[in-house]
Structures are given as C-alpha cells and as structure tokens.
Design a protein around this ligand. Structure first.
Ligand code: SAM
Length: 242
C-alpha cells in the first residue's frame, strides 16, 4: 500500500514537509505495522490515507512548534505509545530528539523494538513499564524536556503521568479530540498539585476528514511532589481534580 505524500498539505498545515528519507521511513512504518498488526493489535488504522491523517499528521501537529524551529537536542517520552504514536513519527521528523516509547504492554513493546530496528531508528527507545513506576525512577523522573501523551485516559490522569517526567521548564503535550469546559476545570484543579500550569490550548482541524483536535500544552513550573504519580492504577481510577 503506497502512502500518499501530500507535500502541499504538510506545508500548508504545519509549515513542514518530510524529506525523501523521512517519507521512506513513514512508508516503512506503515508496511511493518501492517505485518506486525496481524499478530498484535497495534492499531485499527491501516488504510494509507487514514494512516497519514490519524497517525502521521495527528502525531506531528502537536509538535509543530519544534518542526518549525531550529533543531534542538531534546529528550522526549511518549507515554502509552501503543503502536508508536505520536512517538515514532516524532522521532522520524525530529532526528535530533531522543524519544522514549513507553507502554505497559510487553507484546507492543516487543513489536516496537522490531519496528525501530527495521526503520534504523536508533533515536527511539521502547521501554516496557507503567508510567506510575517509571515516573519515580532515577534517570527518568524530572529527566525529559518533552512528554507526549495521546489516548491514554482522563485528562488529569494524563497530567499525573506526564508531569513527573519533566524537568522544570519542560512541556507536556496532551493530545485530545473533543475538549470541554468541564475537562478544563478538572485539569486546572489538578495542575497546581503536580507542579504544572496550562500554558496553551491549541485547536486544529484534521486536513482530510475535518475532525477536531485539541492540544494542551502544560509547563512544569515547580517540582512534582514525591507522592505523584500515585500507586499503579490510582491515577486512572481516581483522577485528580474531580
Ligand atoms: N498513544 C497511542 C495512540 O494514540 O495510538 C496508543 C493509545 S492506546 C488507546 C493506550 C495505550 O496506553 C495502551 O497501549 C496501553 O497499554 C498504554 N497504557 C495505559 N496506561 C498506561 C500506564 N499507566 N503506563 C504505561 N502505558 C499505559
């Protein structure tokens, strides 16, 4: 299945477009994902256009600020990466980043190891663990510049997973579809407990199917208290701020 290039769409929506090499890596990602998906459920989205929009474009619009700017050597973590989104497209598009791909499902991480090898993507590092555990480990806690998190549950659980990983001054990007005022209230109650603040809310419409997207940009302004993230399961069962 040939992945569309849509170079004009990349350019007009994100002011960026993939090089030949990056396009080849995106194509290899789709090819390998389709093969691996037969054994492990990594994604439901495998038609080339849907893959382009929902996995590639959607992963990269959240990090447009960095695609647009000068190259920076940053350390990023994708929490609950599943089939590698948004972390793998981020690692392909921003080769100066080191990207940890975190997921608690061992089979998915085994697939991502195969994928990263096949794509010669040495800047992406699959890790099998829970965010609640890794977020307390020396070398990972307060160690990242950027945390990405898409489709991993209630918004304040995402904030509780992401903020402990960040250095002061770091940014967490929460990828959301719809966004409500009630969710914003819950998030605003949770953030002071975690050392974060809401810096920006960005809206976008996906270029092919015109679906809504919201990106929440959280800044870490103070150290996260040692009690967060709470024990495994608690952030999702009892989200902060409710
Ligand atoms: N981020 C990917 C995407 O947008 O396509 C995958 C989203 S999938 C719905 C959620 C993933 O988060 C699953 O693969 C699950 O194993 C992982 N996950 C959920 N809670 C987690 C936690 N506490 N720590 C690490 N991974 C977690």
């Amino acid at each position: 299945m040939t992945l569309p290039k849509f170079l004009d769409l990349w350019q007009s929506t994100l002011n960026w477009s993939p090089s030949e090499q990056q396009q080849a890596q995106f194509q290899a990602l789709l090819d390998r994902l389709c093969i691996l998906n037969a054994g492990v459920n990594l994604t439901r989205i495998t038609s080339p256009e849907a893959f382009w929009e929902k996995h590639l474009w959607d992963s990269l619009w959240g990090i447009q600020l960095w695609l647009d700017g000068p190259p920076q050597t940053l350390r990023a973590i994708d929490i609950g990466t599943g089939g590698g989104f948004p972390g793998i497209p981020a690692a392909i598009a921003l080769p100066t980043w080191q990207v940890t791909l975190l997921d608690s499902t061992r089979k998915k991480i085994a697939c991502l190891e195969t994928l990263c090898q096949a794509l010669s993507l040495s800047s992406a590092h699959p890790v099998c663990d829970r965010a609640e555990t890794l977020g307390h480990r020396k070398g990972d806690r307060a160690a990242y510049d950027v945390a990405l998190i898409r489709a991993v549950g209630p918004v304040s659980s995402c904030a509780e997973y992401a903020l402990p990983f960040l250095k002061i001054g770091g940014t967490a990007i929460l990828y959301r579809g719809q966004w409500t005022l009630e969710e914003e209230r819950v998030l605003q109650r949770a953030l002071p407990q975690l050392g974060g603040e809401l810096a920006e809310l960005r809206r976008a419409t996906t270029p092919l199917t015109r679906a809504q997207r919201h990106g929440l940009y959280l800044h870490k302004v103070e150290p996260t208290p040692a009690t967060f993230p709470r024990k495994v399961g608690l952030p999702s069962q009892h989200p902060l701020g409710l």
